[in-house]
Design a protein around this ligand. Structure first.
Ligand code: IPE
Ligand code: IPE
Ligand code: MG
Length: 250
């Protein structure tokens, strides 16, 4: 059995994952088109990446576009598709100077060659950085990622490169898009919704969840701080006992 606590030593930097939700409702409340909310959401993303520095966060993973978001109207999909390119074009120089390492999780299928190029450049340019690990989940779906991992292992077995009995949790984790990331310590979802919407299904096994009643374009450093304070009150047991209960039981 894999040890789920292996990467969650209290001294190690936190992995915070956020479902950036509520852009459409934010715009609607203002009588504006949904794309206006996505543009405001990009500003919140910039704020929160900046705020992550100095809050003990070593890993920040942001859900930006799900495999199901293709089901939205073409004009909205086009706007959402343009956001990471805009973000990288304007921000990558500064992120690089700040030591941020950028990764993009998700399928490249359906993305324009230009966007794929910007993603590759951002990843390659920041590969050697040792500051904040920023991952953008874009065209990402937890189920699709699990299926891709299962398929990769099945192909390895069919080709005689692996045996079914070799597969365990640790090996399976290494077949996922998140193979280089520790599991998330806390998954934050603003906007009032209380669901994962296909985000980090496997990786969330022992994550704490914090739901906040604020729409993503309004999300700021104080909201992040409040979420981390809630997280700090949680008692993580990983199926075992809290140290004081182990002593009491012996
Ligand atoms: C988050 O905001 C952005 C994406 C899902 C891509 P939404 O667009 O989902 O906003 P709401 O949930 O409709 O308010
Ligand atoms: C999840 O939000 C996806 C992202 C934030 C990128 P959605 O708005 O798509 O999720 P549902 O439809 O409310 O479950
Ligand atoms: Mg939404």
């Amino acid at each position: 059995m894999a040890d789920p606590t292996a990467l969650t030593d209290p001294a190690s930097p936190l992995h915070v994952a956020i479902v950036m939700d509520g852009n459409g409702r934010w715009a609607k409340r203002r009588g504006m088109p949904r794309v206006f909310g996505h543009q405001a959401g990009l500003e919140a993303t910039r704020r929160i990446v900046a705020a992550a520095h100095g809050q003990g966060i070593g890993w920040l993973t942001l859900y930006a576009f799900s495999t199901e978001n293709w089901n939205r109207p073409a004009s909205e999909v086009a706007e959402l598709m343009s956001l990471p390119g805009r973000f990288f074009e304007t921000d990558i120089g500064r992120l690089h100077r700040e030591g941020v390492r950028v990764r993009v999780l998700g399928s490249r299928e359906g993305l324009t060659p230009k966007l794929c190029g910007l993603i590759e450049d951002a990843e390659a340019r920041t590969r050697g950085n040792t500051g904040l690990n920023l991952s953008i989940a874009f065209n990402y779906g937890g189920q699709a990622d699990i299926v891709a991992a299962a398929r990769a292992f099945a192909e390895a077995v069919a080709a005689g490169r692996a045996a079914p009995a070799q597969l365990d949790e640790a090996m399976f984790s290494h077949l996922l898009a998140t193979r280089d990331l520790p599991p998330p310590d806390v998954i934050i979802r603003p906007s009032g919704e209380q669901r994962l919407s296909n985000f980090l299904l496997w990786e969330a096994a022992y994550a704490e969840f914090v739901f906040q009643d604020v729409l993503w374009p309004d999300y700021d450093a104080d909201h992040l701080k409040a979420a981390l304070q809630i997280f700090a009150t949680r008692d993580r047991r990983y199926g075992a006992l809290a140290p004081e209960d182990v002593l009491a039981a012996s």
